[in-house]
Design a protein. Structure first.
Length: 277
């Protein structure tokens, strides 16, 4: 149905986490899922990528899905930055005050954790190199890493920081960090080995609201798909919250629908079920 300006009134927007959701375990988009997402964009619906990744680590996926051609959106840093991928306009951005960096780094050193942030040159800055830092820079984001004195190097307000932590102690440190910094920063795990530190009040749900308000898309036309702890807010917020079969239990328990796994074209199943026009 079209309104009097010729715009699609029932336009839907689907928000997609990347790792463990849109991409399979090899960090690739399967052909069936890619075809389904290109098809709905051709039909006038919107694809928005919503990830904890830095913006440069999402660009190659945005390119593969032709978001520039169809006017899709990239929500990086767990919603800390929203970019119109067609115009490259920054629709929204919130950053961490760098005054918190010394205390965040002190906690990392005292507890033998790694700390990552992201620089303005599209790289990754780290206090140390460990297997999780290498995973973040090489396999996930395909960006360079710099080992340096983070406090001296970072003379700007970063979008987020990321602790690297062994999975068996990640929940413990998430709770301790929330107790220590929770009044001024948001703290949550994105995986068992990453703990995200972002500006207070920033999460994927809050940024979805910012974007749909700007685009005048009604809430009932929103779909959000995810698998991890940092997807929980958008799963709860969207009109249709979808958990992958491989999602953590907390996400499954909060979802309206559980789709197939990221290795079995779960996103294509969502498109076929919920975006039918």
């Amino acid at each position: 149905m079209l309104n009097n300006k010729g715009m699609k009134m029932d336009k839907k927007i689907i928000f997609l986490d990347l790792d463990g959701t849109l991409t399979n375990d090899e960090k690739k988009i399967t052909p069936k899922t890619k075809e389904a997402l290109l098809d709905i964009q051709k039909r006038g619906h919107i694809v928005a990528l919503a990830s904890g990744r830095p913006t440069p680590g999402m660009g190659f996926i945005a390119k593969e899905l032709e978001l520039e051609k169809y006017g899709g959106y990239v929500m990086s840093f767990n919603g800390g930055k929203i970019i119109n991928w067609k115009t490259k306009e920054t629709v929204f951005e919130n950053t961490l005050d760098r005054k918190y960096l010394p205390d965040l780094i002190r906690y990392a050193r005292q507890n033998n954790l790694g700390l990552i942030t992201y620089d303005n040159k599209q790289g990754l800055v780290a206090t140390r190199v460990d297997s999780y830092v290498m995973l973040e820079t090489v396999k996930i984001n395909r960006i360079p890493a710099f080992l340096t004195d983070v406090v001296k190097y970072v003379d700007y307000n970063p979008n987020k920081c990321l602790y690297t932590v062994d999975p068996e102690i990640s929940e413990y440190h998430e709770k301790r960090l929330a107790e220590k910094f929770g009044d001024v920063l948001s703290v949550y795990r994105s995986t068992d080995y990453f703990i995200e530190i972002v500006p207070k009040g920033i999460d994927k749900a809050a940024s979805i609201k910012v974007l749909i308000d700007k685009l005048n898309i009604p809430h009932e036309n929103t779909i959000a798909c995810g698998d991890g702890f940092n997807d929980l807010s958008m799963i709860k917020y969207a009109a249709v919250g979808v958990a992958m079969e491989n999602a953590v239990d907390a996400v499954k328990e909060s979802a309206d629908y559980i789709t197939a796994s990221n290795n079995d074209d779960g996103i294509a199943e969502v498109v076929e079920k919920f975006i039918t026009d």
